[in-house]
Design a binder for this molecule. Structure first.
Ligand code: CNA
Length: 250
Protein backbone atom coordinates (compact mmCIF):
# COMPACT_ATOMS: atom_id res chain seq x y z
CA UNK A 1 0.00 0.00 0.00
CA UNK A 2 1.33 3.45 -0.90
CA UNK A 3 0.24 6.34 1.31
CA UNK A 4 1.15 9.77 0.01
CA UNK A 5 0.43 13.48 0.38
CA UNK A 6 -2.05 15.53 -1.59
CA UNK A 7 0.56 17.34 -3.70
CA UNK A 8 1.33 14.01 -5.39
CA UNK A 9 -2.40 13.64 -6.07
CA UNK A 10 -2.54 16.96 -7.92
CA UNK A 11 0.61 16.07 -9.87
CA UNK A 12 -1.07 12.81 -10.86
CA UNK A 13 -4.16 14.67 -12.12
CA UNK A 14 -1.98 17.03 -14.15
CA UNK A 15 -0.02 14.12 -15.61
CA UNK A 16 -3.29 12.76 -17.02
CA UNK A 17 -4.16 16.18 -18.46
CA UNK A 18 -7.89 16.17 -17.73
CA UNK A 19 -8.46 12.58 -18.85
CA UNK A 20 -9.68 11.77 -15.37
CA UNK A 21 -13.01 10.42 -14.11
CA UNK A 22 -13.89 10.65 -10.43
CA UNK A 23 -16.01 7.79 -9.07
CA UNK A 24 -17.73 8.54 -5.79
CA UNK A 25 -19.68 6.64 -3.17
CA UNK A 26 -21.42 7.21 0.12
CA UNK A 27 -18.15 8.14 1.88
CA UNK A 28 -18.05 11.56 0.18
CA UNK A 29 -21.32 12.42 1.89
CA UNK A 30 -20.66 11.18 5.44
CA UNK A 31 -19.17 14.62 6.30
CA UNK A 32 -22.61 16.03 5.35
CA UNK A 33 -24.20 13.84 8.01
CA UNK A 34 -25.50 11.10 5.67
CA UNK A 35 -24.44 7.66 6.90
CA UNK A 36 -22.85 5.23 4.44
CA UNK A 37 -23.76 1.54 4.09
CA UNK A 38 -20.68 -0.48 4.95
CA UNK A 39 -18.70 1.47 7.57
CA UNK A 40 -18.82 -0.11 11.05
CA UNK A 41 -21.73 2.22 12.00
CA UNK A 42 -23.21 2.28 8.50
CA UNK A 43 -26.83 1.51 7.63
CA UNK A 44 -26.09 -2.17 6.96
CA UNK A 45 -24.98 -2.61 10.58
CA UNK A 46 -28.66 -2.05 11.54
CA UNK A 47 -30.77 -3.06 8.52
CA UNK A 48 -30.91 -5.89 6.02
CA UNK A 49 -30.02 -4.49 2.56
CA UNK A 50 -32.35 -6.78 0.60
CA UNK A 51 -35.31 -6.02 2.92
CA UNK A 52 -34.78 -2.28 2.43
CA UNK A 53 -33.81 -1.99 -1.20
CA UNK A 54 -35.07 -5.17 -2.87
CA UNK A 55 -37.56 -4.18 -5.58
CA UNK A 56 -39.87 -7.14 -4.83
CA UNK A 57 -39.96 -6.16 -1.15
CA UNK A 58 -40.80 -2.58 -2.02
CA UNK A 59 -43.63 -3.69 -4.31
CA UNK A 60 -45.08 -6.16 -1.79
CA UNK A 61 -44.70 -4.10 1.42
CA UNK A 62 -43.62 -0.49 0.71
CA UNK A 63 -44.33 0.57 4.32
CA UNK A 64 -41.06 -1.06 5.44
CA UNK A 65 -39.03 1.10 3.06
CA UNK A 66 -40.98 4.26 3.90
CA UNK A 67 -40.56 3.74 7.66
CA UNK A 68 -36.81 3.68 7.08
CA UNK A 69 -36.92 6.55 4.57
CA UNK A 70 -38.58 9.02 6.96
CA UNK A 71 -35.55 9.11 9.25
CA UNK A 72 -32.78 7.98 6.94
CA UNK A 73 -33.43 9.06 3.35
CA UNK A 74 -35.87 11.97 3.29
CA UNK A 75 -33.55 13.81 5.70
CA UNK A 76 -31.32 14.29 2.65
CA UNK A 77 -33.60 17.22 1.74
CA UNK A 78 -31.81 19.27 4.43
CA UNK A 79 -28.25 18.03 3.70
CA UNK A 80 -25.66 20.42 2.31
CA UNK A 81 -22.62 19.69 0.14
CA UNK A 82 -19.34 19.47 2.04
CA UNK A 83 -15.74 20.27 1.19
CA UNK A 84 -15.36 16.98 -0.73
CA UNK A 85 -18.21 17.81 -3.13
CA UNK A 86 -16.79 21.32 -3.58
CA UNK A 87 -13.32 19.93 -4.29
CA UNK A 88 -14.75 17.58 -6.95
CA UNK A 89 -16.64 20.47 -8.60
CA UNK A 90 -13.53 22.68 -8.49
CA UNK A 91 -11.38 20.00 -10.17
CA UNK A 92 -13.95 19.83 -12.97
CA UNK A 93 -14.11 23.62 -13.38
CA UNK A 94 -10.29 23.67 -13.66
CA UNK A 95 -10.53 20.94 -16.35
CA UNK A 96 -8.32 18.66 -14.28
CA UNK A 97 -11.09 16.06 -14.35
CA UNK A 98 -13.69 15.46 -17.04
CA UNK A 99 -16.57 14.48 -14.77
CA UNK A 100 -18.04 12.51 -11.91
CA UNK A 101 -19.71 9.12 -11.82
CA UNK A 102 -21.54 8.73 -8.54
CA UNK A 103 -23.37 5.94 -6.78
CA UNK A 104 -24.95 8.49 -4.46
CA UNK A 105 -28.57 9.48 -4.67
CA UNK A 106 -28.28 12.60 -2.51
CA UNK A 107 -28.01 15.39 -5.15
CA UNK A 108 -25.00 16.88 -3.33
CA UNK A 109 -22.58 16.81 -6.30
CA UNK A 110 -25.15 18.74 -8.32
CA UNK A 111 -25.72 21.21 -5.49
CA UNK A 112 -21.93 21.75 -5.24
CA UNK A 113 -21.74 22.64 -8.94
CA UNK A 114 -20.58 19.45 -10.68
CA UNK A 115 -21.80 19.58 -14.29
CA UNK A 116 -20.71 16.42 -16.09
CA UNK A 117 -22.35 14.04 -13.64
CA UNK A 118 -23.67 10.48 -14.02
CA UNK A 119 -25.96 9.42 -11.16
CA UNK A 120 -25.77 5.65 -11.56
CA UNK A 121 -28.24 4.78 -8.81
CA UNK A 122 -30.73 7.55 -9.61
CA UNK A 123 -31.58 10.45 -7.35
CA UNK A 124 -33.94 11.07 -4.46
CA UNK A 125 -34.82 14.44 -6.04
CA UNK A 126 -37.99 12.96 -7.56
CA UNK A 127 -40.30 9.97 -7.50
CA UNK A 128 -43.18 8.76 -9.61
CA UNK A 129 -46.50 7.00 -9.17
CA UNK A 130 -46.24 3.34 -10.11
CA UNK A 131 -49.84 3.42 -11.40
CA UNK A 132 -50.27 6.67 -13.38
CA UNK A 133 -46.67 7.91 -13.67
CA UNK A 134 -47.27 11.31 -12.05
CA UNK A 135 -44.01 12.87 -10.83
CA UNK A 136 -43.47 13.99 -7.24
CA UNK A 137 -40.69 16.05 -5.65
CA UNK A 138 -38.73 14.93 -2.60
CA UNK A 139 -40.67 17.35 -0.39
CA UNK A 140 -43.98 16.01 -1.72
CA UNK A 141 -42.92 12.40 -1.11
CA UNK A 142 -41.89 13.33 2.41
CA UNK A 143 -45.17 15.14 3.18
CA UNK A 144 -47.29 12.34 1.71
CA UNK A 145 -45.42 9.73 3.77
CA UNK A 146 -45.87 11.74 6.97
CA UNK A 147 -49.59 12.25 6.30
CA UNK A 148 -50.38 8.69 5.19
CA UNK A 149 -52.30 6.46 7.61
CA UNK A 150 -50.29 3.41 6.54
CA UNK A 151 -47.00 5.36 6.22
CA UNK A 152 -46.79 4.88 2.44
CA UNK A 153 -46.49 7.85 0.04
CA UNK A 154 -49.37 7.59 -2.40
CA UNK A 155 -50.43 9.47 -5.50
CA UNK A 156 -53.78 11.27 -5.99
CA UNK A 157 -54.86 8.19 -7.96
CA UNK A 158 -54.08 5.88 -5.02
CA UNK A 159 -50.99 4.31 -6.59
CA UNK A 160 -47.79 3.89 -4.58
CA UNK A 161 -45.11 6.50 -5.25
CA UNK A 162 -41.61 5.08 -5.78
CA UNK A 163 -38.59 7.36 -5.39
CA UNK A 164 -36.43 7.45 -8.54
CA UNK A 165 -33.57 5.59 -6.88
CA UNK A 166 -32.42 2.22 -8.16
CA UNK A 167 -33.53 -0.75 -6.11
CA UNK A 168 -31.88 -4.19 -6.26
CA UNK A 169 -33.37 -5.92 -9.27
CA UNK A 170 -33.81 -2.73 -11.34
CA UNK A 171 -31.69 -1.81 -14.36
CA UNK A 172 -29.46 1.26 -14.10
CA UNK A 173 -30.75 4.35 -15.97
CA UNK A 174 -29.64 4.18 -19.61
CA UNK A 175 -28.92 7.91 -19.84
CA UNK A 176 -26.53 7.67 -16.87
CA UNK A 177 -24.82 4.53 -18.21
CA UNK A 178 -24.17 6.34 -21.50
CA UNK A 179 -22.76 9.40 -19.72
CA UNK A 180 -20.53 7.23 -17.52
CA UNK A 181 -19.11 5.22 -20.43
CA UNK A 182 -18.42 8.39 -22.40
CA UNK A 183 -16.34 9.66 -19.46
CA UNK A 184 -14.63 6.36 -18.66
CA UNK A 185 -13.64 5.54 -22.24
CA UNK A 186 -12.02 8.96 -22.44
CA UNK A 187 -10.05 8.52 -19.21
CA UNK A 188 -6.57 7.31 -18.46
CA UNK A 189 -7.07 7.79 -14.71
CA UNK A 190 -9.93 6.95 -12.39
CA UNK A 191 -10.07 8.35 -8.85
CA UNK A 192 -12.37 6.32 -6.60
CA UNK A 193 -13.45 8.25 -3.48
CA UNK A 194 -15.55 7.15 -0.54
CA UNK A 195 -16.62 3.87 -2.05
CA UNK A 196 -16.02 0.32 -0.89
CA UNK A 197 -16.22 -0.76 -4.57
CA UNK A 198 -18.57 -3.55 -3.55
CA UNK A 199 -21.65 -2.78 -5.66
CA UNK A 200 -21.74 -3.93 -9.29
CA UNK A 201 -21.75 -2.94 -12.08
CA UNK A 202 -20.26 0.38 -10.88
CA UNK A 203 -17.50 -1.45 -8.99
CA UNK A 204 -16.25 -2.76 -12.33
CA UNK A 205 -15.67 0.73 -13.79
CA UNK A 206 -12.10 1.05 -12.43
CA UNK A 207 -11.32 -2.28 -14.10
CA UNK A 208 -12.26 -0.79 -17.48
CA UNK A 209 -9.74 2.02 -17.01
CA UNK A 210 -7.09 -0.43 -15.79
CA UNK A 211 -7.71 -2.77 -18.74
CA UNK A 212 -7.20 0.21 -21.07
CA UNK A 213 -3.75 0.60 -19.47
CA UNK A 214 -4.93 3.49 -17.30
CA UNK A 215 -4.35 4.08 -13.60
CA UNK A 216 -6.43 3.97 -10.44
CA UNK A 217 -6.15 6.23 -7.39
CA UNK A 218 -8.19 5.41 -4.28
CA UNK A 219 -9.15 7.81 -1.49
CA UNK A 220 -11.04 5.79 1.11
CA UNK A 221 -10.80 4.99 4.80
CA UNK A 222 -11.88 1.36 4.51
CA UNK A 223 -10.33 -1.36 2.39
CA UNK A 224 -11.53 -2.00 -1.16
CA UNK A 225 -11.03 -5.06 -3.34
CA UNK A 226 -8.97 -2.99 -5.77
CA UNK A 227 -6.46 -1.57 -3.27
CA UNK A 228 -3.71 -3.76 -4.69
CA UNK A 229 -4.37 -2.39 -8.21
CA UNK A 230 -4.10 1.29 -7.26
CA UNK A 231 -1.10 3.48 -8.10
CA UNK A 232 -1.81 5.68 -5.08
CA UNK A 233 -3.94 5.14 -2.00
CA UNK A 234 -4.98 7.76 0.54
CA UNK A 235 -6.36 6.19 3.72
CA UNK A 236 -7.34 9.54 5.20
CA UNK A 237 -10.70 11.15 6.03
CA UNK A 238 -11.91 12.61 2.75
CA UNK A 239 -12.78 15.94 4.33
CA UNK A 240 -9.13 16.44 5.41
CA UNK A 241 -7.87 15.30 2.04
CA UNK A 242 -10.23 17.66 0.17
CA UNK A 243 -9.33 20.60 2.39
CA UNK A 244 -5.65 20.05 1.64
CA UNK A 245 -6.21 19.68 -2.10
CA UNK A 246 -8.30 22.88 -2.21
CA UNK A 247 -5.66 24.85 -0.31
CA UNK A 248 -2.96 23.62 -2.69
CA UNK A 249 -5.10 24.72 -5.66
CA UNK A 250 -5.85 28.17 -4.22
P1 CNA B 1 -20.25 1.92 1.14
O1 CNA B 1 -20.17 0.49 0.71
O2 CNA B 1 -20.99 2.23 2.38
O3 CNA B 1 -18.73 2.42 1.28
C1 CNA B 1 -18.41 3.70 1.75
C2 CNA B 1 -16.90 3.74 1.93
O4 CNA B 1 -16.57 5.08 2.26
C3 CNA B 1 -16.39 2.85 3.07
O5 CNA B 1 -15.37 2.02 2.58
C4 CNA B 1 -15.86 3.84 4.11
O6 CNA B 1 -14.67 3.38 4.73
C5 CNA B 1 -15.59 5.08 3.29
N1 CNA B 1 -15.77 6.33 4.03
C6 CNA B 1 -16.86 6.72 4.73
N2 CNA B 1 -16.69 7.97 5.22
C7 CNA B 1 -15.44 8.35 4.83
C8 CNA B 1 -14.70 9.54 5.03
N3 CNA B 1 -15.18 10.58 5.70
N4 CNA B 1 -13.44 9.59 4.50
C9 CNA B 1 -12.92 8.54 3.78
N5 CNA B 1 -13.60 7.41 3.57
C10 CNA B 1 -14.86 7.31 4.07
O7 CNA B 1 -20.84 2.84 -0.01
P2 CNA B 1 -20.67 2.72 -1.58
O8 CNA B 1 -21.02 4.04 -2.11
O9 CNA B 1 -19.41 2.09 -1.97
O10 CNA B 1 -21.83 1.68 -1.95
C11 CNA B 1 -22.70 1.95 -2.96
C12 CNA B 1 -24.12 2.17 -2.47
C13 CNA B 1 -24.21 3.08 -1.29
C14 CNA B 1 -24.90 2.86 -3.53
O11 CNA B 1 -25.97 2.07 -3.91
C15 CNA B 1 -25.41 4.17 -2.92
O12 CNA B 1 -26.66 4.53 -3.44
C16 CNA B 1 -25.48 3.87 -1.49
N6 CNA B 1 -25.55 4.99 -0.51
C17 CNA B 1 -25.60 6.27 -0.92
C18 CNA B 1 -25.67 7.29 0.02
C19 CNA B 1 -25.76 8.72 -0.46
O13 CNA B 1 -26.37 8.98 -1.49
N7 CNA B 1 -25.14 9.65 0.26
C20 CNA B 1 -25.66 6.99 1.39
C21 CNA B 1 -25.61 5.64 1.77
C22 CNA B 1 -25.54 4.65 0.80
Amino acid sequence: MIIVDSKIFIDKLKAHSGKVTILTGAGVSTPSGIPDFRSPNGIYSKYDPEELFGLDNFLSHPAYFYKFAIDNIFTIKDAKPNVVHYMVAKLESLHLVNGVVTQNIDMLHKKAGSVNLAEMHGSIEKGHCLRCGRIYTLEEMYDRTLNAKDGVARCECGGVIKPDIIFFGEPLPESEINKAYAMIENSTLMVAMGTSLAVYPVASFPQIVLQNKGELVIVNMGATQLDSEASLIFKTPLEDFAQEVLSLLA
